[in-house]
Design a protein around this ligand. Sequence first.
Ligand SMILES: NC(=O)c1ccc[n+]([C@@H]2O[C@H](COP(=O)([O-])OP(=O)(O)OC[C@H]3O[C@@H](n4cnc5c(N)ncnc54)[C@H](O)[C@@H]3O)[C@@H](O)[C@H]2O)c1
Length: 214
Amino acid sequence: MKITKGTRAFLTGAGSGIGRASAIELAELGCELFLTDINARGLEETRGMISDKPGRVCKSRAFDIRDLSAVKAFADEIHQEFGPMDIVMNIAGIALFAQIEDMTHQHWEKVIGVNLWGPIHCIECFLPEMIRVKKGHLVNVASIAGLTGAPWHAAYSTSKWGLAGLSEVLSNLLWSISPYHQSFNSLLNLSFSQPESVVGLCQNFALSIVIFSV
Ligand SMILES: NC(=O)c1ccc[n+]([C@@H]2O[C@H](COP(=O)([O-])OP(=O)(O)OC[C@H]3O[C@@H](n4cnc5c(N)ncnc54)[C@H](O)[C@@H]3O)[C@@H](O)[C@H]2O)c1
């Protein structure tokens, strides 16, 4: 699937960093964007940065991706008005550097809630429509911490290993969806200053799951 004018993309974490950079990159290519972040001000700033690009922001809404009902309400609205997404990018995430003995239960819940349940919620709400039309890309931003196990990264690594594992499962699942699809499953180490690399990965495949490990 070539990313061209009108390609529809949903992104989490669009209020800063990789999410913002990816949104701008997709807007340069003329995409129709559906953006979310917990940070309403950051999201608004991203909208402003896109206003002079060939693409446009069709919808943006600030909410916590740990809240399944908020994700579902946004997804239902988008699907009703615009149909299935061509690209879904799970980018929002938080890091926690802490030794395991210093962590509270709330630390575990928050990191796994945002980094693993958040993407699961988006996958639950957006992927079935993409599978139905046998078209689309799911990009899950993991981390090198999803491939390794540094002692200060217990919760973060747990969440990113989980996300990488889910991506592997989904990638394998694609083979059973359609004998004609092309799948792509990649563990990459790219700097966060290269959002175009993520976007570029989607260009040549009809249906793909990409694990992006920064
Ligand atoms: N920057 C790096 O070096 C690096 C390295 C490895 C992995 N990553 C991963 O890349 C992704 C993006 O990182 P970044 O560097 O752009 O960070 P960032 O902090 O700039 O962006 C993350 C965004 O997620 C949003 N967010 C946080 N909690 C949220 C929630 N509960 N609901 C909705 N949105 C929420 C934040 O508001 C923020 O805008 C993350 O998943 C991170 O784990 C980044």
